[in-house]
Ligand binder design. Structure first.
Ligand SMILES: Nc1ncnc2c1ncn2[C@@H]1O[C@H](COP(=O)(O)OP(=O)(O)O)[C@@H](O)[C@H]1O
Ligand SMILES: [Mg+2]
Length: 237
């Protein structure tokens, strides 16, 4: 349940928005991102770990009401600081099978991945990709599929996540947007908590409210207000 509003936790600078930057040049490891931004991600990480409570928050899905609000960039940079700061084993899953992008942030291929969790042919070991960051492993989305919603709704998806939970201390899942699919309703019950990214200047408030209505609010552990023009990012929970 969203209870209130707490202070600014991230500041995004214009250099991150330069169109000529490739995805892998936008991670906080690339050298293109100012220290202040890295620090804000660190703060987000520590806020999340202090939110432990009843959820445990071992598996966190990062979503937004619609595409293009910063789910992927938030997932990537959060996963990096989690791996670096906690020294625990972190897995970053690309769960946005309609618009996969995690592999591009790490400059690797997405030939096999999450979708292959549902085929017996491929062993989990062989679809995990090292990220180049200590303690951080990637599970790409894998090849294109006709119906990503069916994959998420398949009981084997949940089983796959349970297996991965045994091998990793934390799992961050870059997830589909809440609208227009029902994926997040299902995913919400599989993960321990949902982090909602809201782009303050573009996402109409009503849309956020509607999107939140469609989710079980107990699952939402925090909201990142991604407000790059005002160079302000806040979290409320
Ligand atoms: N706070 C921000 N500052 C600068 N660029 C941002 C910010 N948030 C998102 N972007 C950029 O906007 C685009 C969409 O972000 P992305 O993370 O891919 O969104 P989503 O995964 O929700 O579709 C990307 O090019 C990303 O680099
Ligand atoms: Mg994305």
């Amino acid at each position: 349940m969203i209870k209130g509003f707490i202070e600014k936790i991230m500041e995004m600078k214009d250099n991150l928005r330069r169109d000529n930057l490739l995805p892998h040049e936008k991670t906080i490891r690339s050298g293109n991102i100012q220290t202040v931004i890295t620090e804000q991600y660190r703060l987000l990480r520590s806020r999340l770990s202090s939110l432990n409570g009843s959820h445990g928050n071992k598996v966190i899905a990062v979503t937004s009401t619609q595409k293009g609000e910063g789910k992927s960039i938030t997932s990537v940079n959060l996963a990096i600081v989690m791996a670096e700061d906690t020294k625990k084993k972190v897995l970053l899953i690309d769960g946005d099978m309609r618009k996969p992008s995690i592999h591009a942030f790490f400059n690797c291929k997405s030939e096999y991945g999450l979708v292959d969790l549902l085929t017996n042919k491929i062993d989990i070991e062989s679809i995990l990709v090292p990220s180049g960051v200590n303690n951080l492993t990637i599970l790409p989305a894998g090849g294109p599929v006709e119906s990503p919603s069916d994959i998420i709704a398949n009981p084997r998806f949940k089983e796959g996540i349970e297996r991965l939970k045994k091998r990793f201390d934390y799992i961050i899942m870059d997830s589909p947007p809440i609208i227009p699919f029902a994926d997040m309703n299902i995913l919400g019950d599989i993960v321990d908590g949902i982090l909602l990214v809201v782009k303050a200047e573009t996402t109409p408030k009503e849309r956020v409210v509607d999107a939140l209505k469609s989710l079980n609010k107990e699952n939402i552990i925090g909201v990142v207000l991604n407000d790059s023009k005002k160079r302000l990012t806040k979290i409320y929970y």
